[in-house]
Design a protein around this ligand. Structure first.
Ligand code: KIV
Ligand code: ZN
Length: 512
């Protein structure tokens, strides 16, 4: 077997991932994710697209200042203004700052979007890399839509940008179009036809439109690529990106046939996945590979029997290898602050004293209502109590009456822009009544796109966990709420989505 190669993991959850509808994150939330990526020990964190908005700029700057270890990349188009702005944010990472500049190279993009010729694109790419090089040696160039680019032209561009100083050349499948055998050939072609290819790391960035992003990335590694761009839970534009957890666990699990390793500490994967869903409100599907709720569940009797006798009969990797300690009973109402803080740390939360105090008060209240507290309860407490955005709207009190006889009515008291408001409305059911009342009290024009309810753990005393997706003027936000009373959890999720929607609507963005 070949000698093992260590593959660089470039995480773009905070940039491409944030481009998923409804996944918009504020600076605080991005910092939390960045610290979790630091624990995972990814090689590069792409923290954002600094010119896109002031918020993006600040987020990249804060991540560059706060995160130690991984390199910090910022995306920019191939022009001076974008590159200068990117470095202004990235310079705080010093030598770990990476400028990631890109321009499209396919005929479709050059003719219809850029309206530029081959020579103009080539010249612009080289100029951009040289400009970036004036700031740092760590420059990545991406040939957007590389997969649909004429190969001889792609090879010319790659050779020219390496000559100009690019140390990483990224070959994106921007539209998720390729298949593994074809992508293998593309990377092999570049390795054979680009004279200076050994002077740069070949990176790949696969979108998942046909569900092949992980398979295509693996094929690229087998053809000689040295870096994979991916996201936690596979979030990203449209159908998303190559999923970090799927790629990394494939490399770990199939070392017998894949001679690659990564620096990722896989035991932090589950916490990263949870944290991201908690922050964005985008839940992973139950059958999602590696981190889905059913990924380690054995339903069929014959499977259960096998696993009891010998785990490896039906498990190819252990839940512990991704840091999943299923439904572990962790704490009870007599647990002290020390045990509480320690467990939060084990789950990957690094809270300051004030946040820990708030979370502990909430823990004690909940522990009085619920006999047993699980890790999932602690996740929900952190999500609900700590990972909060500035709140224009706050729920103060509510009560509902419903049943097979009474007209479902919600009475709600809220703080709206600092003023206390109260109202009551009837609905089709108690959730409908609550949402109508909140909508009226906040004067909201948002439409409800989706509403989901789940129990955080088993049992009738479990906390309810709700997500609400709202839309207004083409912008979306996802909110969530947790509470032992499912109607209160729904109302909290609705209000959380309204607060997030305000932030999303206020944010002016330059689009890619
Ligand atoms: O999908 C893509 O091509 C990208 C580039 C900007 C790297 O996200
Ligand atoms: Zn992309």
């Amino acid at each position: 077997m070949d000698e093992q190669r260590t593959i660089k993991i470039f995480d773009t959850t905070l940039r491409d991932g944030e481009q998923s509808p409804g996944a918009s994150m504020n600076i605080d939330e991005k910092l939390r994710i960045a610290h979790q990526l630091e624990r995972l020990n990814v090689d590069v964190i792409e923290a954002g697209f600094p010119i896109a908005s002031d918020g993006d700029f600040e987020a990249v700057k804060k991540v560059a200042q706060a995160v130690k270890g991984p390199q910090i990349a910022g995306l920019c188009r191939a022009n001076d203004k974008d590159i200068d702005r990117a470095w202004e944010a990235l310079k705080y990472a010093g030598e770990r700052g990476r400028i990631h500049t890109f321009i499209a190279t396919s005929d479709i993009h050059m003719q219809h979007k850029l309206k530029m010729s081959d020579e103009q694109v080539l010249e612009t790419a080289v100029r951009a890399v040289k400009r970036a090089k004036g700031y740092t040696d760590n420059v990545e160039f991406s040939a957007e839509d590389a997969v649909r680019t004429r190969l001889p032209f792609l090879a010319r561009v790659v050779e020219a940008v390496i000559e100009a100083g690019a140390t990483t050349v990224n070959i994106p499948d921007t539209v998720g179009y390729t298949i593994p055998a074809e992508f293998f050939e593309i990377i092999s072609y570049l390795r054979t036809n680009v004279a200076n290819i050994d002077k740069a790391v070949i990176s790949v960035h696969c979108h998942n439109d046909l569900g092949l992003a992980v398979a295509n990335s693996l094929a690229a590694l087998q053809a000689g690529a040295g870096q994979v761009e991916c996201t936690i839970n596979g979030i990203g534009e449209r159908a998303g990106n190559c999923s970090l957890e799927e790629l990394v666990m494939t490399l770990r699990t199939r070392q017998d046939v894949l001679s690659f390793t990564t620096n990722v500490v896989t035991e932090h994967i589950y916490a990263a996945s949870k944290l991201l869903s908690t922050i964005t409100g985008i839940m992973v599907q139950p059958n999602k590979a590696v981190v889905g709720a059913n990924a380690f569940a054995h339903e069929a009797g014959i499977h259960q029997h096998g696993v009891i006798m010998e785990k490896s009969t039906y498990e190819i990797m252990t839940p512990e290898s991704i840091g999943l300690h299923q439904n572990k009973l962790v704490l009870g109402k007599h647990s002290g602050r020390h045990a509480f803080t320690q467990r939060l740390e084990e789950l990957g939360y690094d809270l300051n004293k004030e946040d820990t105090d708030r979370a502990f008060v909430r823990f004690k209240t909940l522990a009085d209502q619920k006999k047993e507290m699980f890790d999932e309860d602690l996740d929900a407490i952190v999500a609900d109590e700590i990972i909060r955005i500035p709140e224009r709207f706050k729920l103060l009190q509510m009560s509902v009456s419903s049943g097979s006889f009474a007209a479902p009515t919600a009475t709600i008291e809220m703080e709206v822009n600092g003023k206390v408001k109260k109202g009551a409305l009837i609905g089709v059911g108690p959730v409908d009544a609550a949402f109508k009342t909140i909508k009226k009290l906040t004067d909201s024009k948002a439409s409800l796109l989706a509403f989901n309810v789940g129990g955080i753990t088993g049992g009738t005393d479990a906390q309810g966990e709700c997500t609400v997706r709202l839309e207004e003027n083409g912008r979306e936000a996802i909110g969530q709420g947790a509470h032992p009373d499912i109607i209160v959890a729904s109302a909290k999720a609705y209000i959380n989505a309204l607060n997030k929607l305000i932030l999303v609507m206020e944010r002016k963005r330059v689009h890619l």
